[in-house]
Design a protein around this ligand. Sequence first.
Ligand code: NAP
Ligand code: ZN
Ligand code: ZN
Length: 346
Amino acid sequence: MDVLAYASPSAKAPFERTTVQRRDVGPRDVLLDIKAAGICHSDIHTGRDEWGPASYPLVPGHEIAGIVTEVGSEVTKHQVGDRVGIGCMVDSCRTCENCQRGLEQFCLNGFVGTYNATGKDGLPTYGGYSRQLVVDQDFALKIPDALALDVAAPLLCAGITMYSPLRHWKAGPGMQVAIVGMGGLGHVGVQLAHAMGAEVSVISQSRSKEEDGRRFGADHYYATSEDGTYKRLRNRFDLIVNTVSAPLPMQNYLSMLRLDGTMVNVGAPSEPMEVPAFALLNNRRSWAGSNIGGIQETQEMLDFCAEHGIAAEIETIAPTQIDEAWDRVVASDVRYRFVIDTTQII
Ligand code: NAP
Ligand code: ZN
Ligand code: ZN
């Protein structure tokens, strides 16, 4: 079936309205009428070939919320009219040991990305900057009624990317948690860590987001542009989640970990970062990474957000504003997630 979309025709080229081909609805598929699509910094890394050459035309978008309009004959999990979300994955092998453990994001045979990948149907996958999406029922999540679709969409990537490491490293009462970078991921991370009961610090480049940070639940707020910030925070945190899209001076951040503390990288800069061994040796520190989260955990995260009144703070844009929005994300000028009103793709 032909579907309207906004696509980038080549690296760094402006978006244009186009049509892309998706498979017809199969027995286990649902067809989704997309209502909102978040803009993740990963869309930009991909669309500017920062992570290697992408496939064009590129229709990004892996923070997708919409309504089911058709279901295949064997679909049991969703019904027409259901509010559903799609994140970064639209399929995986389902049989490897990681898939069996509900860790599809680490599928040993490689999960199928929502865009810039090839689906099991042999067609290129196209993401949420479009009107409709066909997806296997197992990769569509239920969006609880308490969450509006537009503010829920960013949870499908930003939300789960923060929720998973916070849970894995057991953020909770008595723990000092720092979130580095308060952009799309960071602002959801602050809310989640606060709701889990941790004492939360924001480490931002400037003071400009302090009021918002405290409103999201931060107990402390630090600006790295101020002299002495790194020194002041030495040996302070049990868990640091780094959401920054560019390389950081790792020595300064690792030094902030107290005994047995862990710094988790979710930010994915294209350039390598230098890690001085001595910064890890002291205090028995760890440096780790985390990649989105599994399907079951994503549902758990959505339910947790609904229960705790957590959602993204968004600026809604028309599809014609995507290029401008990307530039603003790169300039850290986003409060705090751009969401495309995909119903305007006509
Ligand atoms: P974003 O909205 O651009 O937020 C990143 C924030 O980092 C900015 O708002 C800014 O916050 C801070 N920052 C930016 N440049 C910086 C610099 N040079 N030095 C220090 N701080 C800087 O991006 P996002 O959508 O949250 O994504 C963040 C990163 O995570 C990207 O690399 C993305 O690809 C990656 N990602 C990874 C996963 C995963 O599964 N691991 C999932 C989604 C995204 P302040 O203004 O507060 O300093
Ligand atoms: Zn993302
Ligand atoms: Zn697998």
